[in-house]
Design a protein around this ligand. Structure first.
Ligand code: GMT
Length: 379
């Protein structure tokens, strides 16, 4: 089967899921064509079954805004024709499902067609998709998809509440390849960040306002008053300034917070951490929490969106209402001050991550492709 994957190339969750999915399919022998404006961050282009098609946006003095969506739909149309793709898989409604619909219309003019799967990832539904500038186009392109998938039950519920969707939405959760976590050398690498008697809190995100970095910082401030702790923050984004502002107001914490930006060896750093913090305002699934659990790191989070489907209260970590920094700080202190509890939760976190293993989720995507193709041929 030849699959066209349309996705954001950046470090965000939707791009990561799309890339990991495509690479796993390619390893199984599928021919996978990525179409995006840049090479996806984690894409291993050395696999002969993987192709990358860069969308070039031709600039022109008359354009105030560069027409990416037009260039994208033209590229989808060309790749489908040139490489005889069997199915298109759009990750994120804007602009991918929308541009794929336009490409399908171009193909229909020539008596051809291709089935379209759209995977909803979160803020395309709950945030940006709600804006009047995009709402109708988002609803339209979701309804024009042959198959719709969502990454959690919670996102499915939100989509049905916020839009008028005429088709069934199939839930296929985020996944993780547990075989990528290797436990060698974590002790020696840990020394680079913390002393033996110090605990490590970690937060990984694109530092958008929905991630509530101010809560992460406040939790850390409360915890380190009771327990010797340091905080690692991984990622870059618009709320970086809030961290700098916090450090200006709390100069005594400067040496205790390490800002690592974007890193290549994320999994290694997660493995040497003690607790992952995810106090998000919105989170359709929380891939970052799953990555932490796969590294045997328990999660203290908000109960936003799909997080409770991944982080189980009192088992793999703790959850509190969005913004309840006090509760999250207390949970953190409780966990870090009880070695036995911490060890148990680390084990539980890993067990939970195994349920979302690639081995279990990849077949669901394969079945979904097969069913989509079957009903497309019939219709
Ligand atoms: O969380 C982000 O800011 C990135 C975002 C994206 O759209 O790329 O991630 C979303 O998709 C991920 C993969 O399906 C989910 O695990 C994240 O929970 C979801 N983020 C939000 O809903 C805020």
């Amino acid at each position: 089967m030849k699959i066209g994957i349309l996705c954001y190339p950046t470090y965000g969750g939707s791009g990561i899921v799309a890339t990991e999915l495509g690479m796993s399919l390619a390893k199984k022998g599928y021919e996978v064509h990525f179409i995006s404006n840049n090479l996806p961050a984690r894409l291993d282009i050395t696999n002969p079954n993987i192709f990358f098609h860069k969308v070039n946006v031709q600039t022109y003095p008359l354009f105030q805004y560069q027409p990416y969506d037009i260039a994208l739909s033209s590229m989808i149309y060309r790749v489908v024709n040139l490489y005889k793709l069997d199915i298109l898989h759009a990750h994120y409604a804007i602009p991918y499902a929308y541009a794929a619909f336009t490409a399908k219309q171009m193909l229909k003019e020539e008596g051809k067609d291709i089935p379209l799967v759209t995977t909803l990832h979160g803020t395309d539904i709950t945030l940006v998709g709600q804006h009047p500038s995009y709402r109708h186009a988002v609803e339209f392109s979701i309804n024009q998809s042959d198959t719709i998938t969502s990454v959690s039950e919670s996102l499915k519920k939100d989509t049905l509440k916020l839009f008028s969707i005429k088709k069934e939405i199939k839930v296929i959760t985020n996944f993780i390849d547990n075989s990528e976590f290797d436990y060698n050398n974590t002790a020696c690498q840990r020394m680079q960040f913390a002393s033996d008697d110090e605990k490590i809190l970690i937060h990984v995100s694109n530092l958008r306002p929905v991630k509530r970095i101010e809560d992460v910082l406040e939790i850390f401030r409360n915890v380190q008053k009771k327990i010797k702790t340091m905080l690692i923050i991984i990622g870059e984004g618009p709320d970086m300034e809030k961290i700098n502002g916090f450090l200006e107001e709390n100069p005594e914490l400067i040496g205790k917070i390490r800002l690592l930006g974007k890193v290549n060896d994320l999994y290694k750093i997660l493995q040497l951490s003690d607790v992952f913090l995810l106090p998000s305002e919105q989170e359709s699934f929380g891939l970052a929490a799953l990555e932490a659990m796969a590294a045997s790191t328990p999660v203290i989070s908000s109960n936003a969106g799909g997080i409770p489907e991944v982080n189980i209260q009192g088992e793999t970590g703790y959850l509190a209402e969005i913004g309840n920094v006090e509760a999250m700080s207390n949970y953190c202190i409780k966990l870090l001050s009880n070695e036995e509890l911490l060890l148990k939760m680390k084990r539980n976190a890993k067990e939970q991550a195994l349920k979302f293993d690639l081995k279990n989720i990849l077949p669901l995507y394969e079945e979904m492709y097969a069913e989509t193709l079957k009903s497309f041929v019939r219709s």
